[in-house]
Ligand binder design. Structure first.
Ligand code: FES
Length: 74
């Protein structure tokens, strides 16, 4: 399902970002989340929280290198 219509970001994209260290909606901006109209912020946060909660414990650790996200989508 699409979370961000403006930039065609899906739940799957957000789960992938969470697996690569995204922990805040701000971390999803590399995908385009909230970059345009911003109406996706609440849905993106909910999806991200669910993704983090369902991730394996090693993936729940906060990312110390936000660049990992950029590398994941490069
Ligand atoms: S729906 Fe995400 S920026 Fe518009």
């Amino acid at each position: 399902m699409y979370v961000c219509i403006c930039n065609a970001v899906t739940e799957k994209d957000i789960h992938h970002a969470a697996a690569n260290g995204a922990r805040r909606v701000r971390d999803l901006r590399t995908l385009g989340v909230t970059v345009d109209c911003g109406k996706c912020a609440c849905a993106a946060k909910c999806c991200l929280d669910q993704a983090v909660a369902s991730a394996p414990s090693a993936a729940r650790r906060p990312s110390s290198t936000p660049a990992r996200l950029l590398e994941a989508y490069a």
